[in-house]
Design a protein around this ligand. Structure first.
Ligand SMILES: [Zn+2]
Length: 269
């Protein structure tokens, strides 16, 4: 039975108790026997103190309609030294998450090859979930990289993510490192800035954004030392947009068409 633990990339300390096939689901019941420490005093002098009453279930692998779930009950312990009661830490199963850390790694891997929409279909997981996993990965891994840089220039750009949902991609422009993928909402943006470690926040001295400067206020509030800059690409596209709007208005008022060529040549007529 425990060959399957290896097949499922579970590693040391995990034991498969049984597997049940139910429709398109494979449910794998596991136990974890890795060493535990008291979270309060660090002691390993523990006594077992019952188990969860209900089975918990986390998504481990997924392919189209086929899914593999891990089911487990956390062992509870009591510390013999300080009396603290706690439940065991299982490395691949983080609390409050619906999937295992293996599943998250797989998502990051597949995102190198497939766009969100396609991967969402292939894995049978919502785009929101994929976005959340990517978000967490980008901030955890990339922010480590940014800590050692001397100064940071942040660029932000909205990407259409799913019809009307926009995601905001944050890139460190001097090193071209993407380091944040968040919902295009002011609150999400502010929360993200606040969640950056102070060492990273202090080093941001420019934030480059598009002409709408929707997030200017947020930047001024949270990064008072940073300059807000409008980048030339966005400036030109904004000017073009304004010019075309003006042309359209004049056309309506004067009831005659202005050829676009006139604007491009910059001649008055
Ligand atoms: Zn203790």
């Amino acid at each position: 039975m425990n060959n399957i633990a290896t097949t499922l990339f579970l590693g040391k300390g995990y034991r498969v108790k049984k597997q049940v096939r139910k429709g398109n689901e494979l449910r794998v019941y596991i136990e974890y026997e890795g060493k535990q420490r008291c979270p309060r005093c660090g002691s390993e002098n523990l006594v077992k103190n019952g188990k969860d009453t209900k089975w918990r279930k986390k998504l481990h692998m997924s392919f189209g309609f086929f899914r593999v779930y891990l089911l487990f009950k956390r062992q509870r312990y009591k510390c013999k030294d300080c009396g603290k009661a706690f439940s065991q830490v299982i490395p691949i199963l983080r609390k409050k998450e619906r999937f295992t850390s293996f599943f998250k790694q797989a998502v990051i891997f597949w995102l190198i090859f497939f766009p969100f929409d396609l991967l969402s279909l292939l894995l049978g997981v919502s785009r929101r979930t994929l976005l959340k996993i990517a978000e967490e990965f980008i901030s955890r891994v990339m922010i480590e990289e940014l800590k050692d840089k001397e100064r940071l220039v942040i660029g932000m750009d909205a990407h259409r993510f799913h019809r009307k949902d926009f995601a905001l991609l944050l890139v460190e422009l001097l090193s071209s490192l993407p380091f944040g993928l968040i919902q295009d909402k002011k609150k999400a943006f502010m929360d993200f800035l606040l969640s950056l470690p102070p060492r990273v926040r202090e080093k941001i001295d420019e934030v480059v954004m598009d002409m709408t400067v929707r997030y200017r206020r947020a930047v001024e509030e949270i990064l008072p030392h940073a300059k807000v800059v409008c980048d030339p690409f966005h400036l030109i596209s904004y000017m073009n947009h304004q010019l075309m709007e003006e042309k359209r208005v004049i056309e309506v008022v004067k009831k005659r068409k202005i050829p676009g060529r006139v604007l491009r040549l910059g001649k008055e007529k």
